[in-house]
Design a protein around this ligand. Structure first.
Ligand code: NAD
Length: 366
């Protein structure tokens, strides 16, 4: 990303004002000199049930960046889980460090022990920078981990389910826009072809969509090079490519005035969390440009739907069935937004918050 495109949310530097802004319940800073662990666990809202959300490892340039990220991500999980109809709350964790060079068994197990101290108030899962093997190390110290490999009793990698949900979100968006949900001959720019992005490409290609990809690591898109329907583009083309759909599947904050100004797509729908740098402003900018925005926390819920089923009796068919509801939810949100004259983001957010409020009120009387 060029300097101008770099997207950083206003940094949170003081904890209590940051917590009160979006009513976070709790933040835990974890430190261990021996392993070099520096982690932050944020629990946003547990009205609907224990918090659940992924663990990310990233070489944040500052502690403020890590705090800002974990606060934004944990709130996003509350909204995502509520809108998906799950009985779990929102939380997230970040480990500060380079996953390529600073991740090891001791550090991950130390994180697991901190997590265990929360006694199930927060369940963690795999996110950017983590692998199934990493989650296994964490699970050696605590039961509050979901999404570990099937061989060790978990539900396995949630990314294919997330990708399936995003794919259905794209189809539902296309249906709203054109009256048909066929992606045959449509063009999609996928930004980031990691665990979710590369699976999304497979779905799109099965339907004969033309797919453009970009990833900061060549090794992540090398395997797609043999497919004539996939074209690798340069970083400078990611936003300005004339395509039907732009699918952000890398990191958050990529929709901001600078990038929205360049977009030449009809739909934005992708897996990345917190795509809008400034939720209200950037959702409005997209609307004013006539771009249909499928809120990230609505279309990327497949993975959390999948792992949340581990709290009961896990069943992959059930996970896929529940994920298929994303198609209807997407259409419902678009319709409501149109009727109310609000942005799709605002509509999805309102629906999620209403569910928390109504169900939360109910729980008072159980
Ligand atoms: P991943 O780490 O496997 O993939 C991310 C990819 O994006 C990597 O290949 C990385 O090299 C690339 N990338 C990073 N910065 C980039 C940039 N500036 N431009 C282009 N590519 C860039 O992560 P993932 O699991 O595929 O998740 C992708 C996004 O979806 C994340 O924002 C994650 O939080 C979100 N998400 C993931 C899941 C899941 O089930 N894995 C569920 C919900 C949301």
């Amino acid at each position: 990303m060029s300097k101008a495109e770099q997207s950083v949310a206003p940094l949170e530097t003081e904890i209590f004002p940051a917590l009160s802004r979006h009513e976070h319940e709790m933040v835990l800073h974890c430190h261990d000199r021996a392993t070099g662990l520096k982690a932050i666990i944020a629990i946003h809202n547990t009205t609907l049930g224990p918090a659940m959300g992924g663990l990310r490892m990233w070489p944040y340039a500052s502690e403020a960046q890590a705090l800002t990220d974990v606060l934004r991500l944990s709130r996003g999980m509350t909204l995502k889980n509520a809108l998906a109809g799950l009985n779990i709350g929102g939380g997230k964790a970040v480990i500060i460090g380079d996953p390529r060079s600073q991740k090891n068994e001791a550090l991950l197990r130390r994180f697991g022990r901190f997590l265990n101290n929360l006694n199930g108030k927060y369940y963690t899962a795999e996110d950017v920078g983590m692998t199934g093997a990493d989650m296994y190390y964490i699970s050696m110290e605590t039961d509050f981990v979901v999404g570990t490999a099937t061989e060790v009793g978990g539900s396995g990698n949630p990314s294919p389910v997330t990708a399936y949900g995003v794919y259905l979100g794209i189809k539902a968006s296309m249906k709203t826009l054109t009256g048909s949900d066929s992606l045959n001959g449509k063009s999609v720019m996928v930004q980031g072809v990691g665990a979710v992005g590369s699976q999304l490409v497979q779905h799109l290609r099965k339907e004969h969509a033309k797919v453009y990809v970009f990833d900061i690591f060549e090794e992540n898109y090398k395997h797609l090079a043999g497919d004539p329907g996939v074209e690798v583009v340069g970083q400078e083309d990611v936003y300005r490519l004339p395509v039907d759909v732009f699918a952000p599947c890398a990191l958050g904050g990529v929709l901001n005035p600078h990038t929205i100004g360049q977009l030449q797509c009809a739909i934005v729908a992708g897996a990345a969390n917190n795509q809008l740098l400034d939720e209200e402003r950037d959702a409005r900018l997209l609307q004013q440009k006539g771009i249909l925005y499928a809120p990230d926390f609505m279309v990327n819920a497949g993975g959390i739907i999948n792992v949340s089923l581990e709290l009961g009796t896990y069943n992959r068919n059930m996970a896929m069935k529940l994920t298929e509801r994303i198609y209807d939810t997407t259409q419902k949100i678009f319709k409501l937004a149109e009727e109310k004259g609000t942005t799709t983001h605002h509509t999805a957010l309102t629906l999620a918050e209403e569910r928390i409020q109504k169900v939360g009120h109910n729980l008072l009387y159980l």
